[in-house]
Design a protein. Structure first.
Lengths: 103, 465
């Protein structure tokens, strides 16, 4: 008897939901906005699908319809990756502790 | 170039780095390092994917060009965007993830051989279900986020748009998507796939238009969650563990945030999704018709009160974001601190238009994060505080939520502002807040109303300090 690989992926999925559940509950409420922008950036890892779609297939005709959708998805995901991580970085840089020695 | 097994190991590593990126957000000190982990994870995922395809011909050059185009647009936006525009930025970014998911699904549908999913017209049933679900959720995320973006940006009215039979129409569309996916699997007709995507775009619009402005925190969190589920759906199609892990993380993160936001308003998730508080408007506004005495003050009164106080709690709300008053507020607090006044900030979970909105604005104005407290942490301190300075908040301070079971906001956790010795309420008029109900606080003996724009009033107070 062989287990369908789908079951393994489903296990990864469900276990990751549990990890997400516990990790996100431990996020401090004051960082909820950076949480949203960083989750937004990492969900753009969908770009890996876009890269395969754009590069694979017929190597002569690089602008097949399927490839074009891949390239479009690359642009969209790239906006998100760079925009998401950089804006998170910018926000996190603003969170400062009270400086006791000031004045 | 790289074997499938090694590739899978690298995807697992990026998945772990993404988990660490979220873990880092448990405190501001570790958060910057967390973000770095996220960036490394993303870089690994992209590089190994390119290596695995191993196609370094013209296509690769185009890939780099498109990556740079998208990347520079993203970087430009990230550096230029003002912090007050963060809610619409996040909504806009969600729409891009949704659309990217749709595009990848379309590409996989048109050219399934590339992803080992069968051949066009004969795609594996499981893959077909996964890719149509991914495409449908992606499409809903895209059009829903566009509507949220337009509402937050003020291009579209923030008030709920409702019509008779709306919920039944949505239900009908949702069920028809499932039926169409079923027929798509049976017949493999490509037209059905396009119809599914079309209906999903429509459903996304219809789901978000009935939701009003102050419910936006829930909507944004929900769309955040959807973008994760869409990514996970595509991850199943492409058999990619990095996408599955990330999708599950983002999906549950958004769901938790939606839950926290709903709890902050004491409403169920379905109550928010099925349309706002609009229906209670008529009955609620009646009470504000009768003229009740209100104490009206000016900046000098406010300055006098605060200067002589020993502790002041500041309650910011969406009005502060609109007036961009956070920098003026910080100046005021600095002046007060010089006078030896102890100042802290109280943040209600649903203050503003997205989770954590107020915290980011205060951080932007250089307010140290250890002076900013959440509702549960600070609510007992109002009783010992001399002055509460309410700037741009309204419903979240309304004592009616504790006393009147008839009120639509009854049971919602509120800040106990009325317990402080005196309340300074900066507001442009006596108009009710989003919930459409009168705020009892305006008419209390210890309340002094400051009718002005939040920023102007705060600046005037700074001058008279």
């Amino acid at each position: 008897m062989e287990i369908d690989p789908f079951i393994f992926r489903l296990s990864i999925f469900i276990l990751s939901i549990f990890i997400g559940y516990y990790v996100v509950w431990s996020v401090t409420p004051s960082l909820h906005t950076p949480l949203m922008s960083v989750t937004n950036a990492i969900s753009s890892v969908i770009i890996v699908g876009a890269i395969i779609a754009a590069l694979a297939g017929d190597k002569v005709n690089i602008f097949d319809t399927a490839n074009i959708f891949g390239y479009l998805a690359i642009v969209l995901a790239a906006v998100n990756i760079f925009g998401g991580f950089l804006v998170t970085q910018r926000m996190l840089a603003m969170y400062k502790k009270k400086q006791k020695d000031k004045k | 170039m790289i074997s499938a097994n090694i590739l899978a190991v690298f995807y697992l590593i990026s998945g772990i780095l993404f988990i660490l990126a979220l873990r880092g957000l448990s405190s501001p000190e570790t958060s910057r390092q967390g973000n770095l982990f996220g960036i490394i994870g993303m870089a690994i995922a992209i590089s190994v994917t390119i290596l695995s395809v191993g196609n370094f011909t013209t296509g690769f050059v185009y890939l780099l060009i498109f990556l740079i185009i998208g990347g520079s647009m993203g970087a430009f936006i990230a550096f230029k965007i003002p912090m007050t525009a963060m809610p619409e930025l996040v909504a806009g970014f969600h729409s891009l993830v949704g659309l990217a998911a749709v595009f990848v699904a379309i590409s996989a549908f048109l050219n399934p051989e590339v992803f080992n999913l069968g051949s066009p017209g004969n795609i594996k049933i499981a893959s077909l279900i996964e890719m149509s679900l991914g495409a449908a959720i992606g499409a809903i995320t895209f059009s829903g986020s566009i509507i949220a973006f337009l509402k937050l940006r003020g291009i579209m009215s923030g008030s709920p748009i409702t019509f008779i039979g709306q919920h039944y129409l949505n239900l009908f569309l949702g069920i028809s998507i499932i039926i169409l996916i079923f027929y798509l699997c049976k017949t493999q007709t490509s037209n059905l796939f396009w119809i599914i995507i079309g209906i999903s775009f429509l459903l996304g619009v219809l789901l978000i238009i009935p939701i009003g402005g102050a419910d936006m925190p829930v909507v944004i969190s929900m769309l955040n969650s959807y973008s994760g589920w869409a990514a996970a759906g595509i991850g199943f199609t492409l058999e990619n563990s990095a996408l599955i892990i990330t999708g599950a993380l983002v999906g549950s993160s958004g769901a938790i945030l939606s839950y926290i936001m709903c709890k902050g308003m004491n409403r169920s998730f379905f109550n928010v999704i099925l349309g706002g508080w609009g229906a209670t408007d008529q009955t609620a506004t009646n009470s504000s018709q009768e003229q009740k005495p209100v104490k009206n003050g000016n900046a000098d009164d406010a300055a006098f009160l605060m200067k002589n106080a020993s502790s002041v709690i500041i309650v910011p709300g969406y009005g502060m974001a609109v007036a961009q008053a956070q920098h003026a507020l910080r100046e005021m607090v600095d002046a007060l601190k010089k006078n030896g006044v102890k100042v802290s900030y109280a943040i209600h979970p649903v203050a503003g238009r997205m989770p954590g909105h107020m915290n980011v604005l205060l951080a932007e104005a250089n307010v140290p994060y250890d002076e900013v407290f959440e509702l549960e942490e600070i609510n007992n301190d109002f009783a010992n505080c001399d002055v509460a300075y309410v700037i741009g908040a309204n419903d979240v301070t309304n004592p009616v939520a504790k006393s009147d079971p008839q009120s639509p906001i009854y049971g919602m956790p509120v800040l106990d502002v009325e317990k402080s010795k005196s309340v300074l309420f900066v507001k442009r008029s006596l108009s009710p807040g989003y919930a459409g109900i009168d705020n009892d606080l305006f008419y209390r003996d210890n309340t002094l109303m400051l009718f002005a724009d939040a920023k102007k009033m705060t600046e005037e107070i700074v001058k008279s300090l």
